[in-house]
Structure formats: C-alpha cells, structure tokens
Design a protein around this ligand. Structure first.
Ligand code: GDP
Ligand code: MG
Length: 714
C-alpha cells in the first residue's frame, strides 16, 4: 500500500448497512482477518475511485464509542490508534436520531467524518423525508444519501469521503454542552488530565474527561495506572456523581446520553420532514404476532423444526456424494499402494480423518445458510428476544440461544460454528459462559454414537432416550452456566437492551457471502489442525504394531482357516490384538482404574480417547476395538457392532446409558477446543473446558451407573 493511499473506515450501528456498503464498494477485492489480539472480524478491501485504489476498512458495528463491549473498544481503538484518513458513518435514515448517536461521538472525537445516510428508501416508505443538505449544514459534516443495497449513491459517498481525506483536515473535536454541572466537571477533569497523560497525546483531554464521567472501563483502567493522577480525578468524579444523584436522581452516564440525544433531536427535527403520520409499520405489526408470549414460542419451535427439516433434506444427497467420493478415494489408494504403513497412514490417517470431517461440510453449509436467512431477515433477533428473559435467569443472554441451537440444541449441530456465533454477545462474561456450555449440546458427531448405543440397548425406546438426552444436555448446560456466572465469570449483567431491527428481505448476495465466509472457516480448520490431529490419533492407534511372533501366529491361523466366515473372524481378532498393544490400547487399559466405577472397559476407553479428536471417531474406534476390523467403519454397518456390544460381558443398558451421558458431556473435540482458543485469545479456556467438562461427565456417569446399580437396575 503506497503512502498516499487513502484509508476510509466504515463505522455504524449494527444493521445500518455497513456490510452492504462495504460489499458494494469493494466487490471481490476484500479479505477478512482479525483485529490484533482479539477475535473481532477485521474486514478490509479495496475500492476504486477514478481508477485509483482506496483502502476500505469495515469497523465492527457499534452503537457508541464508550467501552461497553469488545466491538466498541475495537472500533474506537482503531480510529484513535490507526487514524484513518476519514471515517464514513453509515446511518440508518429510517432510525435517524438513534443512529446519529454514534456520529455525535465520532464528532466529539474529532475524526474527519462523512455521513452515509443509508436506507433512504426505507425511510421514504415510512413517510420520512430527510433533507441531506440541511442535515449536513446542522452537523457540520458532509452527508450523502445512499441505498447501499442497490448501490445507489455509493460512489458519490466514496467521492465525498476521499475529497475530505485529500484536504487532510485536522481533528476538530465537537464540544457540546452537557449542562452547567457536567460542563464544569469536564473542564476540571480535563485540566487535571491535560499534560499528565503523554500516552493519550492524540486524544483531547476533554474527550478523556468525558469518558471518565461516562464510566468507560478502559479509560478508567488506564487512568488508574497512575496513582497520583487517579487520586486527583477520583474526588471530582465522586462529587459530580453524588451531586447529579441528589439533584436529578440520575448518574452522569445517562445525563450525558440525554444531552447527546437532546442535541440530536434538535437537529433531526429540522432536517427530517414527516410526510405522513408514521403509524405502526410492517415490522411492528408482524412483531405483534411473532413476539407474542403464546404464539411467539410456538412459531419459534416451528421455524426451528423447519430449519432442521430443510438442512437434513438439502444436505442428504451431497453428504452421500462426499461419502462415496471419500470411499472411492480410499479404495483407489488402497488399490494402488501396497499394504503397509504408508497406505494405512493415507487411508486411515488422512482420508478417513479429514474426510470424516469434510463429509459434514454440506450439512454445515446448509445450516449456515438457514442461519444467515434468519439473521438477515431479522428473525434471529426475535428468537433471542423471546428467550432472553429465561436465559438471563441462568446468567446467559438472549443471543446465547442462537449458539446453543447451532451447537446442537435440537441435536445435529456443531460446536465450532456455535462458538463462533457467540460473537454477537456484547457481554464478555455471558459470552464466555455461553462458549463453555455450548459443547454440552448434542452435536452431529455425537449422533452416530447415540444411534449405536440406543439401537443396541434401547431399541424399543429410541425416541424416549433421545428426548431424555436432549433434556439432560439443556439442564446441565443451563446449570453449569448459572454456576460459572456465580463463580469464575461473576459480573453484573450488562444492561444491554434487546432490540428488534425491522424485518427485511435478505438479498441473495448477502446470504451467499455470509454462508461462504463461515463455511470456509470450517473447511480451513479441517484442512489444517484436523489433519494434524488425525495423524496423531492414527499414530497412537497404530504403534507399536504386533510382534513378529503374533504376526506369525495370525498368519498360520489364517492359513488354517476354513471358509470366509473364519477368515473374517481371524482378521477381526488380529485387528483387536493390534489395537490392544498400541499406545492408545495401553492407555485404555491404564484408564480402567478410573473407569471401572463407570462400567467402561478398556476398549471403550480407547474409543473415548480417540473421540477427543472428533466424536465420530468413537464409533469407528469401537468398531476396531470390538474386533470388527474393516467391516464396520464409520458406523455404516452399525448393526453387527451393536449386536457385539449386547453380547459382550459387562455391557448393560445401565452402563450404556452411563456412556451416553459421558459422551454427551466430556471434553469438547479438538476442533472446538481450537476454536475456543481462537475466540477467547488464550489457551486457558480450552484447557478449562477440557477438564471441567470431563470432570462433570465423570461425575454424571458415576451417578448414573452407581445410582442405577444401587436401585437394582444393573
Ligand atoms: P450491517 O449490520 O451494518 O453490516 O448491515 P448489512 O449490510 O448486513 O445490512 C443489513 C440489512 O439491510 C441487509 O439485509 C441489507 O440487504 C439491508 N440493507 C442495507 N442497506 C440497505 C438500503 O439502503 N436499503 C434497504 N432497503 N435495505 C438495505
Ligand atoms: Mg455487517
């Protein structure tokens, strides 16, 4: 990027149309990364104006610039630290006053600003006409009307932004009056801060003073680094706080917000012409029904049911194609390579391991598509709104429900996208709690295990057991969340109000972009980390191989064998003996000290260890461990394995149920752990999740098995 290239940063409230504008400006010339140190998406791209490249940065959507949430901190730090040449604030014209709140804060910061007055089409439909010139005159910044969705006005907006950037204006912070009391306190604090904060040299002292009064965590934190400074600021802060409490019965934060809205309402009143009385609009009418206490939840269940029906119906064929493809690939490799380690490595390590996960891609893709439709249409917000009150009791947030469902709340999801979906949670503590309980849900990879054990031991009560498992997973998740929120993740619930953005018809382009972005993240993971992990698991389950004597023994047995049945049986026994001697097999034996009280034998332990890589590995490993050799790979042929389990000594419906519960709860798979690491920025939480979940799983399985035996169910 050349020194003279202009950088335009896009700011705006969530749903104001930032992404649409970004896409309209940059087309295919864009890429997504993360802001340094945090996992908030950083989108950058290139626009062209008169053939010249312009750098565009899409900031996270925020309502303000006070450090209430990660997005706000990220957006603010970017603007302050990177000093983009100009910020374009994308404003939803149909919700002008509320959206301009961010603009005021950007103006208070002083950054060169242009307002993209977006969604003028929606505003017009609702009978609002906004005079952009008037608005520009009153605010003192350029205003360009746009319809980002169709691209209308987008080039003009870019031109206005670049024109301003080329003038290289100084940062000129806007001063608004916050009433006599606050104005005086701001001046006093600014006086103290002036000069004493070299590291904040780029920001005005007045701005910092204002943030102090707003109770901005980040600013206060950095002030407190300096004892001397803090001891001079704190009394002023306290005094104003008490004074406002006694005179207005309110805190500085809300008074400041009131004044900002006051400032804006004066402006919007002049710039906004209501052409006709705005009555209930379409969204309000629909919401009367869909967020109704009775109809709302029923409709929600219907939607979720529909989503699952759709996802499974649509992905059935492609999943089968992929399965055929990987089967064919494995077969082809088997046919070309001679028997031996290399072949085993490629077939069992690479193709089965990575293929097993890539095989889920169509399912995941359609799930993401369904989620994108719910998100872009505005329905997701209603879902969160409906669940918010219930989830708050457990220290979670309405938006947590989206993650829980994506993670398999109804069964069949995946924790990886679910953990990623927690990004919509503003409150960091509630977000962490959600991340930690998402793995309790019944993801798609656990289903093959369930179906194996259920068909073996509960053939007549399949639906009941499945239902019980769903109830258990939700109960445990909510209880664990409650526990975490009152211990490790204490903290007041953020006062963030759930809001209901208007319903919109999603655009195909938007849906495709959203679906693609997330699917690609999943695929990338399968290609890298999972490949490494499946190689490790393969090695653990392959080395050391059989001794020469054993090899010879099985060879002679095979030579004596009569008929195909015998041959197969011997091959199976050999596979089992091979596994028993490997590192994984020994580990499984060593673990029986711990798992005897749960009713698991060494083979189950091996499978559970393998399941750390991916839960679907459990079934294939049990297949091998229960000496089924090649026949029962990937549970495709689960019947005989189920029969074997039934006939194996030590297996009872009770021990099977204990295992079901254990598999549901114990350590998340590696892919999930890695995602947790990425999303939380530290290895601490994935490690915690591993230990915490395995511990709970152990206790629950112990409770089921020993409790059941005490009741005489063994
Ligand atoms: P973001 O959250 O700010 O990134 O908003 P998006 O770009 O994702 O837009 C949210 C929704 O508003 C999408 O469904 C867009 O298609 C739609 N949208 C964006 N701009 C306009 C516009 O100017 N007019 C209309 N009618 N819809 C828009
Ligand atoms: Mg967006």
């Amino acid at each position: 990027m050349s020194q003279s290239q202009v950088t335009v940063a896009l700011a705006g409230n969530p749903n104001a149309g930032k992404t649409s504008l970004f896409n309209a400006l940059t087309g295919a010339r864009q890429h997504v990364g993360n802001y340094p140190g945090v996992t908030v998406d950083k989108k950058e791209g290139e626009a062209r104006l008169d053939g010249e490249p312009i750098n565009i940065v899409d900031l996270p959507g925020t309502y303000s610039l006070t450090a209430y949430s990660l997005e706000e901190v990220v957006a603010r730090n970017y603007v302050i630290g990177q000093r983009p040449d100009v910020v374009v604030d994308v404003v939803d014209a149909s919700n002008l006053e509320r959206n301009l709140y961010l603009a005021v804060q950007l103006m208070e910061l002083g950054v060169p600003l242009v307002i993209g007055l977006n969604m003028v089409d929606v505003a017009e439909q609702r009978g609002m006409k906004i005079d952009p010139d008037k608005l520009s005159e009153l605010l003192g910044v350029p205003v360009v009307p746009t319809v980002a969705r169709t691209g209308q006005g987008v080039q003009e907006l870019l031109r206005a932004a670049v024109d301003l950037a080329r003038q290289k204006p100084d940062w000129r912070p806007l001063d608004i009056s916050y009433g006599a009391d606050l104005d005086q306190a701001i001046a006093e604090l600014a006086g103290i801060l002036e000069g004493s904060t070299p590291r904040h040299g780029l920001i005005s002292a007045r701005w910092l003073a204002l943030k102090c009064l707003e109770g901005d965590h980040e600013v206060l934190e950095s002030m407190r680094q300096d004892q001397n400074l803090a001891s001079r600021l704190e009394p002023v802060r306290q005094r104003v706080g008490e004074h406002l409490k006694s005179t207005l019965d309110d805190d500085p934060e809300s008074v400041i917000a009131d004044y900002r809205y006051g400032f804006l309402s004066a402006i919007t009143r002049q710039a906004l012409v209501l052409e006709r009385e705005v009555r209930m609009d379409f969204s309000d009418k629909v919401d009367r029904v869909l967020t109704n206490r009775l109809i709302g939840p029923l409709f929600l269940l219907g939607v979720l049911y529909g989503v699952y029906q759709f996802v499974f119906w649509a992905s059935k064929a492609p999943v089968a194609w992929l399965e055929t493809f990987f089967g064919w690939l494995g077969g082809a490799v088997e046919a070309t390579l001679p028997e031996g380690l290399l072949r085993s490595l490629i077939v069992s390590g690479v193709i089965d391991g990575v293929g097993g996960v890539l095989g889920f891609v169509p399912l995941i893709m359609f799930m993401f598509l369904a989620i994108a439709v719910m998100e872009d249409s505005g329905y997701m917000a209603r879902m969160a709104y409906l669940m918010d009150r219930v989830l708050r009791v457990f220290g979670l947030h309405g938006n947590s429900v989206i993650s829980l469902i994506v993670g398999g709340g109804i069964s069949g999801g995946c924790a990886v996208p679910a953990v990623m979906a927690t990004r919509t949670l503003k409150d960091p503590q509630a977000r962490l709690a959600t991340i930690l309980v998402v793995p309790f849900m019944n993801c798609g990879a656990k289903l093959p295990v369930y179906s194996l054990l259920i068909s073996a031991f509960f053939a007549h009560r399949q639906a009941d057991v499945m239902f019980a498992l769903t109830i258990i997973s939700w109960t445990l998740a909510l209880l664990a969340a409650r526990l975490l929120r009152s211990s490790l993740l204490k903290g007041r619930q953020s006062p963030f109000v759930m809001e209901l953005p208007p319903y919109r018809t999603p655009t195909l382009k938007g849906l495709l972009i959203h679906t693609w972005e997330r699917t690609w993240e999943y695929v990338k993971r399968a290609g890298t980390i999972l490949l490494a992990v499946s190689l490790v698991v393969w090695a653990l389950m392959s080395f050391p191989g059989l001794s020469e004597q054993d090899e010879a023994r099985f060879a002679s047995l095979a030579a004596q064998a009569q008929g195909e049945e015998d041959q197969k049986e011997i091959a199976n026994q050999k596979a089992s003996a091979e596994l028993g001697g490997t590192v994984a097999g020994r580990l499984g034996r060593a673990l029986t000290v711990l798992t005897d009280p749960l009713g698991f034998d060494w083979r189950t332990n091996v499978a559970l260890v393998g399941g750390l890589a991916a839960k679907e590995v459990i079934v294939s490993t049990m297949g091998t461990a229960y000496s089924l050799g090649q026949g029962a790979k990937k549970g495709a042929d689960a019947e005989p394995l189920a029969k074997r389990l039934q006939d194996s000594p030590g297996w009872t419906p009770l021990s099977a149920f204990a295992l079901l519960v254990f598999v549901m709860i114990y350590s998340p798979c590696i892919a999930t752990l890695v995602t947790i690491r990425r999303e939380t920025g530290t290895w601490r939480w994935p490690l915690f999740s591993m230990v915490h979940n395995t511990l709970i799983a152990y206790l629950m399985a112990l409770l089921v098995y020993q409790g059941g035996r005490a009741l005489g169910l063994g």
